[in-house]
Write a protein that binds this ligand. Sequence first.
Ligand code: C2E
Ligand code: CA
Ligand code: CA
Length: 790
Amino acid sequence: MSLGFRNRLALFLVATLAVVQLLTGATVYSFTRQALIRQGQAELVQSADQFDRQLETLSQRLAEGGKILSLDYALRQAVAGKEHATVLSALRNFGRRIGAARMLLVNLQGGIEIDTERPRDGGGEAGAFAYPALLDAAAADGKAAAVGVLDGRVHRMVVVPVLAPTPIAWICILVPVDDAFTAELRSLSSLAKSIAIVAETAPGAWGVVAATETVLEPLRDLPPPGRMVRREPEVTLLAGDEYLVMATPVRAAEGSPPVVAVLQYPLAEALRPYKPMAVWLGVLLAAGLAAALVGTVLIARGVTRPIAELATVARRIEGGDYAAPPALPDRDEIGQLSAALGSMARAISEREERIRHQATHDAATGLPNRARLEELAGALAGAGRPAALLLVGIERLREIVNTLGHEVGDRLMAEAGARIAATVGGGAPVARVADTALAVLLPGAGEAAAMEAAGRIDAAFDAPYVEGDLSVDLAVAVGVALCPGQGCGPATLLQQADVALYAAGRADPPVALYDAATDPHRPERLSLMGELKEAIEQDVLALHYQPKLDLQAGRVMGAEALVRWIHPKRGFIPPDSFIPLAEQTGTIRRLSRWALGTAARQLSAWGGQRLGLRLAVNLSVRDLADPALPDHVAELLAQHGLPPERLILEITESAIMGEPDAAIAVLKRLADRGVDLSIDDFGVGQSSFAYLRRLPVKELKIDKSFVLKLAQEKGDQAIVRSIVEVGHSLGYKVTAEGVEDEGALALLRSMGCDCAQGYFIARPLAAPAFGDFLAGTSWPPVRLPAEETV
Ligand code: C2E
Ligand code: CA
Ligand code: CA
C-alpha cells in the first residue's frame, strides 16, 4: 500500500524531529548524569579522605578534654594515692561531661586499673589494655588517639598520661562509634550521603557497627576482611535506585580488627533537581512534534493538492482532452510544471491534429483520403442512413502523368475534386481514393439522385483542364454503389463502386450502377469460376447448336455453337451469367479452346455424315490477346482435316471497338488461315463502317434487338434494311438473329438478308436433337459433294 506523498513527508519530518528531540534529551540526561556521577565520586573520595581527619579532629577535642582531666590535681592525688573510689567517680563525672561512655585508668604496666563500665568492688587484677602501642604513643606525644574494636564494639580511643610530673598512669577515654556518630559525621559533609561503619565483629565476618538510618545493604560487594582495600566509588543499584558506593578502610589502632567506612551517595536524589528540566524537555518535544505535524500537513497539502490537480490534467491529456491546466502562480516548480503541462498539451493537440490530417488526407491534393471516406461512409451506414458512393475514374490520367509529370497530375486531380464538389454541391465530401480515382459520398441519395448526379459529373468534365498554355481533354467514368444495397460496409461500398466503374468504362454515357450479377468479385462468383474450370476440364459442358438458314437458297447452311452448363447443384446456368465473369477472370480462354475443340469434333462428325455445315463459335475479346490462338485454330482444323471456311468466329461489335493493334493482328492472322470472322450483335455498338473496314470481316450479324419485332417495327425494318444494303455494298454477308416469327423471316428474305437464325427456325439444340431437326425440317441442309472427302 502506498502512503502518498503527503503522509510520507509528514511521517519523515515528525520521525526526524522525534529522533532529534529524543537524542537531545538522552544526551542531556546522560551528560548531566555523568557530571553528577563524577561530582559524586569526587565528593565521596574527598569525604573518605576527610574521614580520618574528622576522626582526628574529634579525637583531638576528646584529648584536650582528657588533658584537662589529667592535669586535675585532685585526680592526680587520687591516682597517686590509689584511691580507687575517688578516681572512679572523677572519671565517671568527666566521662559524662564529654560524652564518653567509658573511661579507663591504665597503669604503667598496661593493666586496666579502673573501668567505669566494670568497677571492681574489691580490687583484683583487671585485664591488660588491648592497645599498648597507644600507650607508647601517648608517652611520646602527651596524647594518642585511634579507632579500635574493644569488647566487640568499635570505639574512638584517646589516651592521655596522668603526670606527677612523670606519667604515673594512663587515662583512656572511649567513645563508641554508633549511629549518632555516623549522623554527626554526615552533618560535617556537604553532601547528602549515607554512612555505615563496618568492622570485623566476628572472625572473618563483617558486621555493621553504626550507620545512618538511610544506609542500604552496606555489606554488599565487600571483600572479606583479610583482603579489604579501598574501593573507589562505583554506581550500584540498591533497592531499585542508583547509588554511588565507596568503601574505605578506617585507620585503626595497631592490632585492631579492620574497620571500614561505607559511603553511599544516592544518584536519583542528586538528579532530582533536574527532573523539571526533563519534564520541560518532554513538553518541548510534544509541542515541537505537534507543530511539525501541523506544519508538514499544511506544507504537504500545499504541494500535493496542485500535484493531484496536475495528475488529473495529465490523465485528461492521456484521454485526449487538451484543455489548458488550471493556472498556477509561475513562481515555484509546481507552477512551472503546470505551465509545461499546458504547453505540452497544446503541442500534442497540434501534432495530433497534423497527424490526423495526414492520416485522413491525400498529401498531393489536400483532399480527404480513402480512410477518411470510409470513416464517413461507415458513420452514415452506422446511423442507418441511405447513401450513394460515386467513384469517378479519371481516364488516361496515367498517360497524362507520364507525359506532363506528377505535379500536373496532382493539380489536375485537385481541380477534378473541386469540379466534382461544385457539381454535387451541398458540401458532399470528395475524397481521393486511388491514383486515378476520386469518390464523392452523397448522404441520403437514392438510385435516381445518384445516377443523375453521376451524369452531371460526367458533363462537368466536358471542359478541358487548363494550366497556362496547357490544355488537357478530360474524360471520366462514374461507378455508383448504393447503401442500402448489396452491403453497406464502407469497404464493400467502395469495392462495388469500383466494379461499377469498370462497367462504366465500357458504357455510354460512362456511368454505371453496381450490378451484383456481373460482379466478378463476389465470393460465390469466384467459387463459380472454380467450378467452371473444373467443368471444362471434366468436359461437363456441352455445346448446343442453333441452325442458320440460308434465306435465298432455303437450306440450313450451318449453326451457331452455344455453350450449355448444367450445374450439378444449381441446374441450368445461362451463359449470360457466367460468360461475362469468365471474361473478367480470364477463364474464358479455356472455355473458348474447349468450345473450339468441341466444335471441331462436331464439324468432323457432320463431315462424316456428308453434311457441309458451317459452325460459328463465339470468341471473346480476351481471346484476341492470345497470340497463340491462330496457330491453335489452324492445328485443330488440320487435326480434323477440316477446310478452314467451315469455321466462323463471332466477335461482338463492342468487343473489338478501340482494341489495341495486337488484337486486330490476331484477327488478321485468323483470317489469313482462312477462317471467316463475323461481327456479332451488330448495330448496338459504336462501330463505324470506316473502322470495320480495317478488319478482315466476312459477316455482320444484326443484333436480335432489331429483329425480334421486325414485322411490327417500321424503325427496325429501316435499320435492318440499311444494314443489309450497306453491308452488301461493302462485301459483307449479313445474318439476322432473333427471328421469332414467319413475318420477320419473310421480311428478311425480301430485304435480301443472307442468313437467318432464331427460335422460329429452331432453338439451340443438343447434337442428337440437332440431327433430328435436320432429318425433319423442310429446309434441307447443305450436303457435301460426293467426291469431297473429309
Ligand atoms: P449470342 O452470341 O448473341 O447468342 C445468341 C443468343 O440468342 C443465344 O442465347 C440464343 O439462345 C439466343 N437466341 C437465338 N434465337 C433467339 C430468338 O429467336 N429469340 C431470342 N429471344 N433469343 C434467341 P444464349 O445461348 O443464352 O447465349 C447468350 C450469349 O452467351 C451469347 O450471345 C454469347 O454472347 C454467349 N455465349 C454463348 N456460348 C458461348 C461460347 O461458347 N463462347 C462465348 N465466348 N460466348 C458464348
Ligand atoms: Ca453469337
Ligand atoms: Ca448475338
